[in-house]
Design a protein around this ligand. Structure first.
Ligand SMILES: C[S@@+](CC[C@H](N)C(=O)[O-])C[C@H]1O[C@@H](n2cnc3c(N)ncnc32)[C@H](O)[C@@H]1O
Ligand code: SF4
Length: 382
């Protein structure tokens, strides 16, 4: 049986609109309509969150993440109503991490100050690149100058902020990447997320793949350059794409990676919840207009709900936990999946023999070789 007090609980809130759609992006996001009633959407998010209250019981919230899309398109007033509404419905831990994702083309100091006053205590800026030519190729709405202005404004208002960067971009070279990393480091960000560009099915990039993408060898070299340069600058790689200054790991993402629980509201948002009856996933309707209509008529935006059956739990757990460079204590597997470690003993032994998994029985961790072949490693638990 689960000891629910041991499982952290977060909240994910999804804002599904952007100024325009970037050609590489497969997040649930679309162009902002001409007339959007943001307070109507906030009211729907809060109403939808009510569906989780009973199941959350008296568990305290460890982190909140307002993601998108581009939630920085919201006004300070809307963010205030949202955070206020969440704290009236759930008890937040005293040092609850509350992040909002921002596109540099949509924020200035005044807006960020309003977000801070509304309770946001961490900003994640989608910088992607410090090169105007590459930003254009990525279809971004902002220039490097806009990004620098957004960083300066963020530095003034927030002491804890992340920059999202992408590498292996069309036309990128190692020298170009190095100078981008240097600029990211000099921004004073407490956290950097460095994603290798992925060509996602269904995106504009998948239809017309850029001709000058770095080849596999160059991409692998770039991955090494990111790790080395950021380590030298004092950012510890704690997750495949996550780098943090001491004490500044993202608590919200850590909760996903350690198979914690999270409530979710908003178009296309996914939640995961452990109860005395098992572990459940719940998906919200993807289309914002259909989501709004359903919440307003029947009081929830649920599209699908299913149990994560015991057979599926080892793979689901590993999909997350093995991304962490330090892995997780082995007891967390039992705590979060409700299964005994014995269930995965044969797979662990085989992977240890291949040098892909750490041999320490107290810990579940991919070796550096294992991190290189992460999907093979994860699939062994299917
Ligand atoms: C929801 S967006 C962040 C906030 C905001 N929408 C923006 O783009 O500025 C999440 C991040 O995922 C990353 N990302 C999106 N699509 C990607 C792809 N195809 N490959 C690699 N990283 C991607 C980008 O770094 C992006 O900032
Ligand atoms: S702004 Fe962010 S969420 Fe929106 S389309 Fe671009 S990458 Fe995706």
């Amino acid at each position: 049986m689960f000891d629910l007090a041991q499982i952290p609980l977060s909240i994910y809130l999804h804002w599904p609109w952007c100024i325009r759609k970037c050609p590489y992006c497969d997040f649930n996001s679309r162009k902002l309509p001409d007339s959007l009633e943001e307070m109507r959407y906030v009211a729907a998010l809060l109403k939808d969150l009510n569906n989780w209250r009973l199941r959350a019981g008296n568990r305290k919230i460890t982190s909140i993440f307002v993601g998108g899309g581009t939630p920085s398109l919201m006004s300070g007033r809307a963010v205030e109503a949202l955070i206020d509404g969440v704290s009236k419905r759930f008890e937040l831990e005293e040092n609850c991490e509350i992040t909002l994702e921002a596109n540099p083309g949509t924020v200035d100091e005044k807006k960020l100050t309003a977000f801070r006053a509304a309770g946001i205590n961490r900003i994640s800026l989608g910088i992607q690149s410090f090169c105007d030519e590459r930003l254009k190729r990525l279809g971004r709405i902002h220039s490097v100058e806009d990004a620098r202005n957004a960083i300066r404004a963020t530095q003034k208002v927030f002491d804890n902020f992340n920059l999202d960067l992408m590498f292996a971009l069309p036309g990128e070279t190692i020298d170009g990447l190095l100078s981008e990393l240097d600029e990211a480091v000099s921004s004073g960000a407490t956290h950097l997320s460095c994603y290798q560009l992925t060509i996602e099915p269904g995106t504009a990039f998948a239809k017309h793949v850029p001709a000058d993408l770095p080849d596999d060898d160059l991409t692998a070299d770039m991955g090494d350059v990111v790790v080395e340069r950021l380590a030298a600058a004092g950012y510890e790689r704690y997750e495949v794409s996550g780098y943090a200054r001491a004490g500044r790991r993202c608590r919200h993402n850590l909760n996903y990676w350690t198979f914690g629980d999270y409530l979710a509201a908003g178009a296309g948002a996914h939640g995961k919840m452990t109860t005395r009856d098992g572990i459940f996933r719940e998906m919200r309707i993807q289309s914002p207009s259909r989501y709004l209509a359903q919440v307003e008529t029947i009081g929830n935006g649920i599209e699908e709900q299913y149990a994560i059956e015991p057979e599926a739990r080892p793979f689901e757990f590993m999909l997350n936990a093995l991304r962490l460079v330090e892995g997780v204590p082995a007891r967390v597997f039992e705590e979060r999946t409700g299964l005994l470690l014995d269930t995965i003993r044969p797979q662990r032994a085989a992977l240890e023999a291949k040098g892909l998994l750490d041999t320490n029985p107290e810990i579940i961790r991919a070796t550096p070789l294992g991190i290189r072949f992460l999907s093979d490693l994860q699939e062994s638990f299917l």
